[in-house]
Design a protein around this ligand. Structure first.
Ligand code: GLN
Length: 303
């Protein structure tokens, strides 16, 4: 498969697409980003990389971090975490409060904000130096030692994160948040403020395509845990658009309001896109187009 040729063609077609969607503005720091950025990067299971556009420029991975925090929580606690968070698609927006009332404080899944805040609480309980330990987990599993938080994004979100504060307090009222609300939110805002490039994301997500083994040969999680993670990305990775992403692209993946998407085909490749214009569900408009073109042109999807 000549991936570089395919990515070049998709890139050329993408920059001619109508410029639909808006850069996230509810986190002020994210609204500063050039909306016309477009990066695509694909790493095969053999370690070959094919990239085009702004694929080496770091951006705020935002909710993509929820996959990595869940991975760390699963590797620490195993199946116990499912006592505090569910595994069903939510069908509601990523920052929705409504279901929590009906579900008595057990979030529908770990990839909506409520669920990710519960996972953040679990990590704050079990890590000695939560922020540093989480960073070092990502550095080790990706093999990239320079990955870091963007402090200005973390502060910007902290100053405007009223909905997340509401969710954390609501969880606390149900007894599903054990630590101090501000401490958990500080961790959550930092995990969302991790910066990575498209190419780096393909390296960080390599082990999900390789039965839990990273590019440097380290077993990060076991095969059964990888199955669970990929299943959750497939069913819940795009909030109330998870069905649409599965329908159009047919790969497990995860999006973030920074405009990034990462997706993978087990035993074949990991692909990542960055385009900051978002649709009304908070997913990158052009990123979805790129990935739909990729799986349509190559026939490489899990379906
Ligand atoms: N930090 C963002 C928030 O909590 C993440 C949302 C996202 O990327 N969908 O609102």
């Amino acid at each position: 498969m000549n991936y570089q040729h395919i990515l070049d063609d998709i890139y050329k077609a993408s920059i001619l697409q109508p410029k639909i969607g808006k850069v996230a503005s509810y986190i002020p720091e994210l609204s500063e980003i050039n909306p016309n950025k477009l990066g695509i990067s694909l790493t095969t299971i053999n370690g070959e990389n094919f990239s085009i556009g702004d694929s080496e420029e770091r951006f705020s991975i935002q909710s993509i971090s929820k996959v990595l925090s869940l991975t760390l929580a699963i590797s620490l606690l195993g199946e116990k975490i499912w006592e505090r968070v569910g595994v069903e698609p939510s069908g509601t927006a990523f920052n929705s409060l409504v279901q929590l009332e009906y579900e008595k404080g057990i979030p529908r899944n770990p990839f909506i904000n409520a669920g990710a805040i519960v996972i953040a609480d679990i990590l704050v309980s079990h890590l000695k130096n939560p922020k540093e330990d989480f960073l070092s987990f990502i550095r080790v599993s990706s093999g990239i030692r320079t990955i870091n938080f963007d402090e200005s994004v973390a502060i910007s979100e902290k100053n405007s994160g009223f909905r997340n504060a509401a969710l954390a307090n609501f969880l606390k009222s149900f007894g599903n948040l054990q630590n101090d609300v501000d401490e958990v939110l500080d961790f959550y805002f930092h995990q969302c403020a991790i910066s990575m490039s498209c190419r780096e994301l393909t390296q960080a997500f390599y082990f999900f395509a390789n039965e839990g083994i990273s590019q440097s040969g380290k077993q990060i999680i076991n095969k059964s845990q990888v199955k669970r993670m990929n299943a959750l990305m497939q069913t819940c990775g795009f909030y109330d658009e998870s069905g649409e992403f599965t329908f159009r692209v047919g790969l497990p993946g995860k999006s973030g309001v920074g405009g990034g998407i990462v997706a993978l085909l087990p035993k074949q490749f990991i692909v990542s896109t960055w385009s900051p214009r978002l649709n009304s569900n908070g997913n990158s408009e052009l990123g979805m187009y790129v990935l739909e073109e990729l799986t349509t042109k190559t026939g490489m999807s899990i379906f």
